[in-house]
Write a protein that binds this ligand. Sequence first.
Ligand code: ZN
Length: 484
Amino acid sequence: MADTRIRNATVHTPAGPIEADILITGEQISGLVSRDDETRADREVDAGGKHIIPGLVDPHAHTRVPGYEYKEDYLTSSQAAAVGGITTYVDMPNVEPPTDDVETYEYKRRIADDTCIIDFGHFVSGTKLEEIPRLAEAGATGYKIFQVSGGYPHDPRLAMGETEKIYAAFDQIAKTGLPCLVHPYNQPLMDMLSAQAVAEGAPRDINTFARMYTNDIVWSSAVAVLLRLQKETGVRLQLLHTHAGESLKLIKRAKEEGQRFTCAVDLKYYHLTSKDMQEQGARALPGGCITEDDERMAIIWESLNDGTIDTIDSDHAPHTLQDLEKMYVDPWTGPFGSPQYQDMLSVILTDVHNGKLSFQRAIKLLCENPARVIGQFPKKGAIQVGADADLVVVDLNKEVHPRDEEAYSKCGWTPYHGWTLTGGPEMTFLRGQVIAENGKVTGKPGYGRYIAGVPQVPTAITNLLSPGLAFEPVAAKERVPQAV
Ligand SMILES: [Zn+2]
């Protein structure tokens, strides 16, 4: 006897799709059984011949708590996530006050505990060296370092661009065995190139800013240094926003040489177009600088498919439309970013529908690999016996029309407003409970549970020789964080 039996679905396991029914007992998957198996359950769910994938794991949430609750909070961000098929997220430290010591971390964790409807973790800032071991001991999921600086949300107080400072932080973080995410950015070079462009007559508007912000060399020159520092310190590095062609070439070469690290791209960079920017303005940043560059797009798709890129992040980054107005005054210090949770899975399933990505590879990028990055695989990110029953029923064929009016995110809009997408989530389970169904939230505040950091040695996720198929086992060799 099980608590729940989900019948009539194609189930996507780490080994591939199978025709099976899923049994759930308590919070876990207790069986994957054939259609004619006779196990009964208190509750039967008919998946209607659709697909079931693991709940998405997103290690790049901006929940805006504390300090910016007028933009978003744990309840609204986790509701948007639940509707979008995301069952675990880890959020970022660029809040007010910044999450850079044990006190601010514990304060934030208490708020999330009471309100979040999905499982959650916290990445903390790696700027204060003496706090790094303390935060690991307190249970931080990992660290985030911003090389980018400007104005909020790229808070200058959290920015760290200098090689020697990053080296010192990597060295300390490596001792904790926790992941270290970095927004790679050569800020001084970006400042210089921007000043040059303006001096040559470019307007100080969002178009010039977008062009400068996404300039390949600004990202790739930072990635080159970060890869070298990773090699030296052995930190569990996860590079973020890897959309620059030269970065992806460096990353591929380093992986081929056996260097162990991971990297992520987020969907806004390679989906939002200049047409979106014309229609929506700052909502659609970076708005076409990348999507109009055929060469760069080719290398992004290749990297998503061949294992150079390990994860697709949301970078769910809500701002109110009023705050976005500041981008028209001074884009170099204004806030930009967009909510992503509700539509992310549909955007990626549309890529699958259009033949850009296999469904199997999309599941690796959205579920399995991010769970590995935070040390949770196969408890999360996998459909197998013993794993948490975090499941998403997916309809690959339905048409989805994102609309501002239907956004759960507190900011009340979506950069995909007016798009027609193909495929989307229908029902989301977290640890056996239905938390969203047909676009409506059913999960309760406070159901989400904290995901503490898991110390590991650096892991290379994908074997580049067999893209998307062969995976090295997770280096589960736990090590005790050393006292510093
Ligand atoms: Zn971000």
